[in-house]
Design a protein around this ligand. Structure first.
Ligand code: SAM
Length: 385
């Protein structure tokens, strides 16, 4: 039985349809200083390079929805590396400084190193290379870390929800062992992709008992080289059956760690940073907490997301994207496409998580069902985490 959807609907076709992206009549040239309606710059771009993943984490791509009948995007629908690079160059001209490759599982995209190589050539208007990172479940990282580094990748973020093999195998739901992900982290550090961020999604009642073992492990084995970050389980997408009572607030995570390893707060390294940083008082490195549910950080969100087939999403919780692919595959010039991107960003006023906090836990489910007031939200595996 499917938990939230009784038929298999390609997630890419869910949500409100937007009119085709048009080239604005009044040009919005790329000045490197683009701001949205709330004064937020477009400094970060997350690019989803595939809608496929080899894990079936229940909070992201639950097996009963993403099963053998699920229709993934055909290859012809995916942006090519050249198309992605062309867009990335235009985003850089608008002020983007950081690109994160994600998915789905980005290391499943064939010759992803080739894309990294192309993106590494891009320069900002000031002549600087972009910060180039990638988020992965780590399953293929031991094999790929050195090649990715050689291609120009600077850092990786690895998702790991537990060190307990039984808990981890159950959470990834494909029986994948912890040891292989740990080997991937080691390989990334050895290849020079550090400091490595390790993301743990905390679900109350599922893996909360793993918070302290994770903290202990990474302090002991990789102090200062791995930054462990705890993410609140988010109401992203519409298929994970999210419930507020399964969210463990980041404040609780900090209290638990502080009781064994005293922590001191650290300042942000950059505006728009998703994680609040804490240092171990004894100098054993740092951790971060990402409190998307209990302490929304929309006010300085500078992230845009590009889906696998070229739709631009202005918020992780959006229900529709702006389709740039027809412009790419039509005869639009770089100036036209840059202008369209500029116009879209200038119209942005999204602040979903702040509004959710105002509505309270009984607000819209966002899953597009009969009890939902709003359109169905897009899946994170499709627009990238
Ligand atoms: N496959 C890659 C990976 O596992 O890191 C990249 C894509 S995944 C969608 C990116 C991140 O989103 C992962 O760290 C994952 O744990 C996180 N994520 C997915 N669903 C989430 C949810 N409902 N709440 C919080 N984080 C979530």
């Amino acid at each position: 039985m499917k938990n939230s959807s009784s038929t298999v609907i390609p997630i890419s076709s869910i949500g409100r349809a937007r009119p085709a992206v048009a080239v604005p009549e009044v040009a919005v040239p790329a000045t490197g200083m683009l701001l949205d309606r709330l004064g937020r710059p477009l400094t970060d771009l997350r690019i989803s390079v595939t809608d496929r993943c080899n894990f079936r984490c229940s909070y992201c791509m639950p097996k009963d929805v993403f099963d053998k009948d699920y229709k993934y995007l055909p290859h012809s629908a995916l942006l090519s590396f050249e198309e992605i690079t062309r867009l990335a160059r235009l985003f850089a001209a608008h002020g983007t400084r950081k690109i994160r490759l994600t998915g789905g599982e980005p290391l499943l995209r064939k010759n992803i190193e080739g894309l990294v190589e192309q993106l590494a050539e891009i320069r900002t208007p000031a002549g600087e290379p972009l910060a180039l990172t990638l988020t992965t479940n780590g399953s293929l990282l031991a094999r790929k870390a050195a090649g990715l580094r050689a291609a120009g990748l600077q850092r990786v973020t690895v998702s790991l929800d537990s060190l307990d093999d039984a808990v981890f195998r159950q959470m990834n739901d494909v029986d994948f062992p912890v040891a292989d992900v740990l080997a991937g982290i080691d390989a990334a550090l050895a290849a020079g992709l550090g400091p490595v961020k390790v993301n743990m999604v905390v679900k109350r009642g599922t893996n909360e008992q793993e918070i302290l073992p994770m903290a202990r492990y990474f302090r002991t084995h990789h102090a200062g080289k791995v930054v462990l970050r705890f993410i609140e389980y988010m109401d992203v997408g519409a298929t994970n059956g999210w419930r507020m009572d399964e969210v463990l607030p980041s404040a609780d995570v900090v209290t638990r760690i502080h009781s064994e390893f005293p922590l001191v707060p650290l300042g942000a390294t950059a505006p728009g940073e998703t994680a609040k940083r804490w240092a171990y008082a004894d100098g054993g490195g740092e951790i971060g907490v990402i409190s998307s549910v209990t302490q929304a950080f929309c006010h300085d969100c500078s992230r845009a997301r590009l889906s696998t087939e070229g739709k631009l999403y202005l918020c992780l919780f959006a229900s529709a994207g702006h389709d740039l692919r027809p412009l790419l595959r039509g005869n639009a010039s770089d100036e036209d496409i840059a202008s369209a991107i500029g116009h879209i960003w200038q119209g942005r006023a999204d602040r979903y998580s702040e509004l959710r906090a105002l509505r309270g836990p009984d607000g819209d489910s966002g899953n597009g069902d009969a009890g939902s007031k709003g359109p169905r939200r897009v899946e994170m595996s499709y627009i990238g985490g």
